[in-house]
Design a protein around this ligand. Structure first.
Ligand code: GSH
Length: 199
């Protein structure tokens, strides 16, 4: 088993799906969280000056989705065949497209609020309606077993509900999926021990 070191801020953010995969699979890793005051120093040392990164022995991987997909593959969480893998990939990429619409780095509060309102009113319903249809009456998004797409939904839906507490009220099946992931014993144990952060 390689030596794994995941580097990110002390928030869920773009590293949490990888952390869920580590937790669920029991694969050991170092959760290297960086304080903001140390970030500028660390940033200069990185090829693309962004985190998360995953060190796999001496190899450094960047891009949160590539990291999570690699770990999911190692852990048997990508889907049972090529089509299921593509379905899981599409769900993760779609969720990311929508999550990236939020003005995470906007400094002007008025501009930020306006974009937030627009995303919640005009974009997020499209995401939730689509995911709701894909899930239907199934237990998991893809096939008949849990995949990293379910983990990614569970992680991103925390951020959505933190931003808008009512957002999942009309989507009981999507809410139930999030809760199903969070009730998996190893995920529940990780949630219990992780730092409590807004993002
Ligand atoms: N597409 C990249 C985006 C990475 C990214 O935007 N990272 C942010 C944190 S979420 C970052 O490093 N921000 C600090 C900075 O750019 O100074 C991924 O998914 O990993």
């Amino acid at each position: 088993m390689p030596n794994y070191k995941l580097t990110y801020f002390k928030i869920r953010g773009r590293a949490e799906t990888a952390r869920y995969i580590f937790a669920y699979s029991g694969i050991k890793y170092e959760d290297n969280t960086i304080e903001m005051m140390d970030w500028l120093n660390v940033k200069q040392s990185l090829l693309f000056q962004q985190i998360p990164i995953l060190r796999v022995d001496d190899t450094v991987l960047n891009q949160s989705t590539a990291i999570a997909r690699y770990l999911a593959r190692e852990a048997g969480l990508v889907g049972r065949n090529s089509l299921e893998q593509a379905q899981a990939d599409a769900i993760v990429d779609t969720i990311n497209d929508f999550m990236n619409m939020f003005p995470w780095t906007e400094k002007n509060p008025a501009v930020k609020e306006k974009i937030m309102e627009d995303v919640f009113a005009n974009k997020i319903p499209l995401l939730l309606d689509g995911l709701n249809q894909l899930l239907g009456d199934q237990m998991w998004f893809v096939g008949d077993s849990v995949t990293w797409a379910d983990f990614h939904w569970a992680v991103c839906s925390i951020t959505l509900t933190n931003l808008n507490v009512d957002i999942l009220h009309s989507y009981p099946k999507l809410l139930a999926l999030k809760e199903r992931v969070e009730a998996l014993p190893k995920i529940a144990a990780w949630i219990e021990q992780r730092p409590k952060t807004p993002l």
